[in-house]
Design a protein around this ligand. Structure first.
Ligand code: ATP
Ligand code: MG
Length: 569
C-alpha cells in the first residue's frame, strides 16, 4: 500500500541540530564521531515528551552511525527508585531503540565527580559555605539586583579541602554546609552566582550506591562532567537549560576533562489536553485521578502502549512534529491521526456490539448456524479472513435502529426498512417489541437468503450495519477514553486555576455489557483491532470485574474532536 510506504520508509527529516552536526562533521570536529545520550532521571515513567528526546538522540546516533548512551541522571536519591529504572529501560526498548552496552548511571561517576570537586577547590574555584538555605537565598539577589558575596567565600584552600573531606565523612548535618562554585555573585545570570555543587543528604539509601555517600552532586555539575567522561559530542537538551549553558561550559573550562561536549537546546513537546510534567503526572497517580502510570489516559509511554498506540505511531508522530527552538503546543488531533493511520494499515477488522439490542430473524431456522467468511482487512487480502457465526438471534447496536428515520442521512435500520448485515444477509425489520416503560427491547426481522455476498439486481438497502451472533458472542467490557483534561493547556496556569481543576471527569466511560464476535476469544493482551464502525480497540492485560475481557478504545475512526472544536469556536 502506498500509504504504508510513505509512513515506514520515510527519510529522516533534517532539523537545525542535524545541520549543526553536518557542519561539525564537515569541519572534522570530534574526530568525525557523533555520540549523544538520553539522560532520564529515574523518578517517574517516561512520557510522550521524552519520546521526542529519545527519537532525536537515538535517531541521530543511528543515522550518523554513532551511538547513544542511556544515562540515568540519579543524583537525587529521595525521589528515585529502581522500578522507574526498569520501566524506563523497557519503554526505550519498546520504542525500538538500543543503547547496546552503553547503560550508565551518573552515580557511576560519584568518585570521579568528587575528585573534580577537589580539583576545583585546589584551583580556588570552589568553597565550603555555611550560610543557611534562607540566608543563601537572601545573598543570591534577584533578577534585577546583584547578589552579595558569602562571608565564607574567601576561606583558604586548605580549610575548604578539610571541610569538604569532613562533609564527605559525615561530620555535618543536612543543610548545614554546601560546596559552592566560586564564579560571580554579580552575574546577570543567576545560575552563575556561586551555584551549589554538593549538598549533604544523610540517611537515604541510593538505588545504586546504597549508603556509601552522604554528599550528593548537583545536576549542573554532574551533567556536563558525565557528558565529558562518556565522550558525548552533542548534548541535546530542552530550552529551559539554555540559561544553564554558561555554567555547563564554565565547569568544563575550569577542569582538566577528557573533552568538551557541545550543549544544544531544543523546544520541549507540549501536547494539548494533557500535561507532560513528571511532577504533575506523579500527582495524578498519587492522588488517584488515574489508576496508575500506565492508565490508558496518561500521556506516558506505558499508558499509550496499554491504550493500543504502537511504537511506530509514536515514532511517526515525533518525526512529524520535528525539532525546533520555538515553543508551541501540539494539537492532540495530530497524535490521533498518526495513530489512526498506522492502525488503519495494520489492525485486523472485527465486529463488536458496544450497546446491544437483540434482533431475532423469524424466518431463520431455530438451532441453525452458518459460518460466514469475513475479510480481515478490506484492502489487504494478505491479512486473510475468519469465520463469523450467523444464527437466528443476533445483537446489533442500539444506535443503529430508530423506529422512524429522523432524516435521509440515517443509513441504518428502521421499522419496515432494510439494511445489510455486514458480511451477511439483507434483513428487514418487521416488528418492534417494547417493555412496559415503552423502551425498545427487541426487534423482529426477516432475512433474504438470496442476498449473501451481493445485492440482487435493483435492490437498494439503506446501509450496512455490524452485528454479532447472540449464540456464541463473547461478553466483554469496553472502556472509552476521552481527553484527560477539558482545557487545551491545563497547566498554563494563565487563568489562575490549578491544572487539576481542568481534569475531565468523563475521561473514562465504561461499557460493561458489550458483545464481541467469537474469534476475539483468541486475542492476546496488547492485540489491536478495528471494531468496524466503532474505532480501534486493544485488549487489556487485566480482566474486568466479572472476569470478562476488557478492550480499551485507542482512537475513534474519525476526528470527532476537531469537529467539536470547529462548532464551538
Ligand atoms: P520533567 O520536567 O517533567 O520532570 P525532566 O526534564 O526533568 O521532565 P528527565 O527525566 O530529566 O525529565 O528528562 C530526560 C530527558 O528528556 C531530558 O533531556 C529532557 O530534556 C527530555 N525531556 C523531558 N521532557 C520533555 C519534553 N516534554 N519534550 C522534549 N524533551 C523532554
Ligand atoms: Mg530533568
Amino acid at each position: 500500500m502506498e500509504n504504508n510506504k510513505t509512513l515506514e520508509n520515510a527519510r529522516p527529516v533534517t532539523n537545525f541540530i542535524r545541520q549543526i552536526i553536518d557542519q561539525d562533521l564537515a569541519a572534522g570536529k570530534n574526530d568525525g564521531k557523533v555520540v549523544t545520550r538520553f539522560p532520564p532521571e529515574p523518578n517517574g515513567y517516561l512520557h510522550i515528551g521524552h519520546a521526542k528526546s529519545i527519537c532525536l538522540n537515538f535517531g541521530i546516533a543511528e543515522d550518523y552511525h554513532g551511538r547513544c548512551h542511556l544515562r540515568f541522571d540519579d543524583t537525587n536519591p529521595y525521589k528515585e527508585d529502581l522500578t522507574f529504572v526498569e520501566a524506563i529501560k523497557h519503554d526505550v526498548q519498546w520504542l525500538g531503540f538500543s543503547w547496546g552496552e552503553k547503560e550508565f548511571y551518573a552515580s557511576d561517576y560519584f568518585e570521579q565527580l568528587h575528585d573534580y570537586a577537589v580539583e576545583l577547590i585546589k584551583k580556588g574555584k570552589a568553597y565550603v559555605c555555611d550560610l543557611s538555605p534562607d540566608e543563601a537565598r537572601e545573598y543570591r539577589g534577584t533578577l534585577t539586583e546583584p547578589g552579595r558575596d558569602s562571608p565564607y567565600r574567601e576561606r583558604s584552600v586548605e580549610e575548604n579541602i578539610d571541610l569538604f573531606a569532613r562533609m564527605r565523612a559525615g561530620e555535618f548535618e543536612d543543610g548545614s554546609r554546601v560546596l559552592r562554585a566560586k564564579i560571580d555573585m554579580a552575574s546577570a545570570n543567576i545560575n552563575l552566582r556561586d551555584p551549589i555543587i554538593y549538598r549533604i543528604r544523610h540517611g537515604v539509601v541510593h538505588h545504586q550506591t546504597g549508603d556509601e555517600w552522604c554528599i550528593y552532586p548537583m545536576y549542573d555539575f554532574t551533567h556536563c562532567l558525565s557528558d565529558s567522561i562518556e565522550g558525548i559530542t552533542h548534548s541535546l537538551c530542552t530550552l529551559e537549560f539554555e540559561d544553564h549553558r554558561p555554567l555547563y561550559n564554565w565547569f568544563l573550562d575550569q577542569l582538566d576533562v577528557p573533552c568538551h561536549p557541545q550543549q544544544i537546546e531544543f523546544s520541549r513537546l507540549n501536547l494539548q489536553y494533557t500535561v507532560t510534567s513528571k511532577r504533575k503526572l506523579t500527582e495524578l497517580v498519587d492522588e488517584g485521578f488515574v489508576e496508575g502510570w500506565d492508565d490508558p489516559r496518561m500521556p506516558t509511554i506505558a499508558g499509550l502502549r496499554r491504550r493500543g498506540v504502537t511504537s511506530t505511531a509514536i515514532r511517526n508522530f515525533c518525526d512529524r512534529i520535528g525539532v525546533t527552538r520555538s515553543d508551541n503546543s501540539v494539537e492532540m488531533g495530530l497524535l490521533e491521526s498518526t495513530i489512526r493511520e498506522d492502525l488503519n494499515i495494520h489492525a485486523p477488522r472485527r465486529m463488536a456490539v458496544l450497546r446491544p439490542l437483540k434482533l431475532v430473524i423469524e424466518n431463520y431456522p431455530e438451532g441453525r448456524t452458518e459460518a460466514l467468511e469475513a475479510a480481515n482487512h478490506p484492502q489487504n487480502e494478505d491479512m486473510g479472513a475468519r469465520k463469523v457465526h450467523f444464527s437466528r438471534e443476533l445483537y446489533i447496536d442500539r444506535d443503529d435502529f430508530m423506529e422512524v428515520a429522523p432524516n435521509k442521512k440515517f443509513k441504518r435500520l428502521v421499522r419496515g426498512g432494510e439494511v445489510r448485515l455486514r458480511n451477511a444477509y439483507v434483513i428487514r425489520c418487521d416488528e418492534v417489541i417494547k417493555n412496559e416503560q415503552d423502551e425498545i427491547i427487541e426487534l423482529r426481522c426477516s432475512y433474504d437468503a438470496a442476498t449473501l455476498g451481493a445485492n440482487p439486481e435493483g435492490r437498494k438497502v439503506r446501509g450496512v450495519i455490524h452485528w454479532v451472533s447472540a449464540e456464541n458472542a463473547i461478553a466483554a467490557e469496553v472502556r472509552l477514553y476521552d481527553r484527560l483534561f477539558s482545557h487545551p493547556t491545563p497547566d498554563a496556569g494563565k487563568d489562575g486555576r490549578d491544572y487539576r481543576e481542568h481534569f475531565n471527569p468523563d475521561s473514562l466511560r465504561t461499557l460493561t455489557q458489550c458483545y464481541l464476535e467469537a474469534s476475539l476469544g483468541e486475542a492476546q493482551p496488547g492485540d489491536i483491532f478495528q471494531f468496524e464502525r466503532e474505532g480501534y480497540f486493544c485488549l487489556d492485560p487485566a480482566t474486568g470485574a466479572n472476569g470478562q475481557p476488557v478492550f480499551n478504545r485507542t482512537v475513534t475512526l474519525r476526528d470527532s474532536w476537531a469537529k467539536i472544536e470547529k462548532q464551538h469556536g
